[in-house]
Structure formats: structure tokens, C-alpha cells
Design a protein around this ligand. Structure first.
Ligand SMILES: O=C(CO)[C@H](O)[C@H](O)COP(=O)(O)O
Ligand SMILES: [Fe+2]
Length: 218
């Protein structure tokens, strides 16, 4: 059964705790937290204090997606703030292997993300150090973008790589995910679906989540 990780990037920040509680009550599996530094991506969002503030609000794992340069400088602080999973971008650090080890030794699960144009070969030598492989299906930086169709083929290749080298690794797809493509993503190997605008972009969170879950399980 695929996991669903609503991204709070599209939530109402004035009512963030309520939105997270609504997602948990509606059966979300993880809460996805998009951290952006205005340098790796052309947008600035949230940092440690938001993770810290959400920690007592929910029992769900906090899935922190770091879109920041040199994430090795900050991963331990995100774990201390309450992150259960910390994902860094392969394009953002020359020290991918060291950073993944740092995340695990700090006590969290380690994730590695790739942008839409980044070769999947990057995963090959680190799949043993990984808990989560995050495939970006939009260019990182903003919610509500259109899913890049080529991501489907990339997902299938990543899934084959995972089966061959480390079947324990979960594959997470992030960007433009909704009821229209959820089943196809699961069929091609996605274990975790991140959805921001499809969950928080309008209407009732519970209904949106149910629609996504139903589609993903179809
Ligand atoms: O990492 C992200 C953007 O960089 C977000 O997690 C992602 O875009 C979710 O938003 P949506 O589901 O609206 O595409
Ligand atoms: Fe994300």
C-alpha cells in the first residue's frame, strides 16, 4: 500500500497546526516539510523552528525535504528539531555519502533527492546508505507545478535499480502528484506519494486525501 505524505508547502500557514492535524485525522502517513533557502532554489520557506513547532502537534513522521546548499551543515539540527526523515539533494553537496551517514548517525532515516535532469546513476553507489530515494517530478522550488511526464520513465528505471541493489529503499515521488497520476506512479514503483496542492490547495483536506488514496490504490 503506498504511503501518502501531504506537503505543507500548500497549507494555510496561519493555521498550520490545524492543517497538520486534519491531515493526520484523514489518514496521512507522513508530513512532508519543504525547506528552501533561496539559493538552491528560487524560493524561501521554513526552517528548524517550524519542524520544532510541529513536532508536538502530530505523531506522524516528519519527512523533511531539504532544498538547501551544503545540507551537511544543518542535517543534525533538523534531526534535533524532530525530523524523522531528512532528504538532501545530490546537486546541493559535494559530500553526498558523508551527509547520508551524518543523517543516520544523528538518528533519522536518510533520503537522497534528484532533480528532473539529474542522472539516476547517482543512486548507484549510495543505495546501501539510503532509506529513501526521492524523485523530483517538477523542478524544485514551488508547489502547484505540472508533473513532468518523463518522470514516469525515470521512476521505472529507479525502481529497477532499487530492486537490483537495495529493495529496502523506498521511492518517493514529489511534484505534481494527484488523483490523476497516482495509480500510474504506484504501478511504476512509487512507495510514497508527496502531494501539496492536491491535499491543501482547496476544498476539504479529508476529502482531498481520500480521493488521492482511492486513486493510488486503484
Ligand atoms: O518539493 C516540493 C517543491 O519543490 C514540494 O514537495 C512539491 O512541489 C509538492 O507540491 P505539489 O504537490 O503542489 O506539486
Ligand atoms: Fe518536497
Amino acid at each position: 500500500m503506498p504511503l501518502i505524505a501531504p506537503s505543507i508547502l500548500s497549507a494555510d500557514f496561519a493555521r498550520l497546526a490545524d492543517q497538520v492535524r486534519a491531515a493526520e485525522a484523514a489518514g496521512a502517513d507522513w508530513i512532508h516539510v519543504d525547506v528552501m533557502d533561496g539559493c538552491f532554489v528560487p524560493n524561501i520557506t521554513m526552517g528548524f523552528v517550524v519542524v520544532e513547532a510541529l513536532r508536538p502537534v502530530t505523531r506522524l513522521p516528519l519527512d523533511v525535504h531539504l532544498m538547501i546548499v551544503e545540507p551537511e551543515r544543518y542535517v543534525e539540527r533538523f534531526v534535533a528539531a524532530g525530523a524523522d526523515l531528512v532528504t538532501v539533494h545530490v546537486e546541493a553537496t559535494p559530500h553526498v555519502h558523508r551527509t547520508l551517514q551524518l543523517i543516520r548517525s544523528a538518528g533519522a532515516k536518510a533520503g537522497l533527492a534528484v532533480n528532473p535532469a539529474t542522472p539516476l546513476d547517482w543512486f548507484e553507489d549510495v543505495l546501501g546508505e539510503l532509506d529513501l530515494a526521492l524523485l523530483m517530478s517538477v523542478n524544485p522550488g514551488f508547489g502547484g507545478q505540472r508533473f513532468i511526464p518523463r518522470s514516469l520513465e525515470r521512476l521505472e528505471r529507479l525502481s529497477a535499480l532499487r530492486e537490483r541493489l537495495n529493495p529496502e529503499v523506498r521511492i518517493e515521488v514529489d511534484g505534481g502528484v494527484g488523483p490523476a497520476n497516482a495509480a500510474e506512479l504506484v504501478r511504476r514503483g512509487a512507495d510514497v506519494l508527496v502531494a501539496g496542492s492536491a491535499v491543501f490547495g482547496g476544498g476539504a483536506v479529508a476529502e482531498n486525501l481520500r480521493a488521492l488514496r482511492d486513486a493510488a490504490q486503484a
